[in-house]
Ligand binder design. Sequence first.
Ligand code: UD1
Ligand code: UDP
Length: 385
Amino acid sequence: MTPIRVMTIFGTRPEAIKMAPLVQELSRRPGIQSICCVTAQHREMLDAVLKIFHLQPDYDLNIMQPRQTLSTITTKCLLGMEEVLEQAKPDLVLVHGDTSTTFAGALAAFYRQIMVGHVEAGLRTWDKYSPFPEEMNRKLVGDIADLHFCPTPANRANLAREGITDGVFITGNTVIDALKTTVVKDYRFSTNLLNQLDYTNKKIILVTCHRRENYGQPMANIMTALRRIADAFPDTELVYPVHLSPVVREAAKTYLSGHPRIHLIDPLTADEMHNLMALAYLVMTDSGGLQEEAPALGRPVLVLRRETERPEAVAAGTVRIAGTEEDTIFHMAAELLTDEASYRAMAHAVNPYGDGAACRRIVDAIEWKFGLRADAPEEFHARNV
Ligand code: UD1
Ligand code: UDP
């Protein structure tokens, strides 16, 4: 029998981390030919992930430009994908999440009437400008997709609200599959700084901040609050692996450089990041992925955004929304640094996003859809974890 040709398309660091275990699972199935296409919307940050997970793409559009705009990313992906799809002729295209690569990849497949599967489907804030442009990207991909792999039941309910009820599977989030392979006991980092930090006597605050809707005043507020925290609490060390975006790097340099306990470092590889998170006292971030990973590792998270499309860990008590106002961020962090009961109430491991079997369920669902398997996969239930 001819194998089903399944093409994964991704371009940024978080998509790569979350698609890597899926590409590996696709490659293990005899009935499937796995084809991997990267747009390289991110270059260095993508390559670092490909290396850690030993992935070799079949196609690489290599589109990244310094300070690229949403229109250039989208058009370059769309044009590049036209040619790749013509050559590779996949039966199914899989895209992930909500980036410009995700949207353009799905649209390119739709233009050729190729079936589209959306991994990490159904996340919503219901505010089209926050996160920007991600909320609109994932809505548009939801309309295009034929198969929707939702991490959680709440994600499925969001799709139902938009009238999308066919081809929907609850699988868990593949990020938990990835996390299970990267976090190890007694991990050694590649830098002296991270090996020599005093994880026992100091409170390590892991920071990331990169979202487009935080550019400008919100990012200035966030970073001013971070510096105030470092000044006010001598028992803290802030570690901030700074995203390669020039906008972010300029802001970090302006507001955070020159402080003895604020460590601005280059982006970490995924295994370093996950192991650092496991050792941190607190995570302060506007990242989507960190909101899923830190709760699984029992690390409290303050979200540096006005809202979240990931309410499950907020409900479980390990994540709080700190917003983008300096005073609120400072006071919420101060509470967790001084009130042990408040900290303990947040610092417990919960896994509302997955159990490590999301990729198996997604590929089982694909095999079922194409008639290679009699039954659809069982749904992910958080209580099974
Ligand atoms: C993108 C995604 C965002 C995701 C984020 C993850 C869109 C519109 N945004 O935002 O959803 O949360 O990735 O990190 O899809 N750069 C480098 N090297 C790299 C990566 C980036 O130099 O390896 C620089 C380039 O100057 C690039 C800029 O960062 O132009 C911004 O990258 P871009 O992908 O446009 O936006 P992100 O903020 O990374
Ligand atoms: N990450 C990483 N190195 C870093 C910062 C983040 O490997 O220096 C990982 C992080 O653990 C998570 C993913 O990248 O898996 C999140 O990516 P990012 O914050 O860039 O994007 P988002 O999740 O907000 O879309």
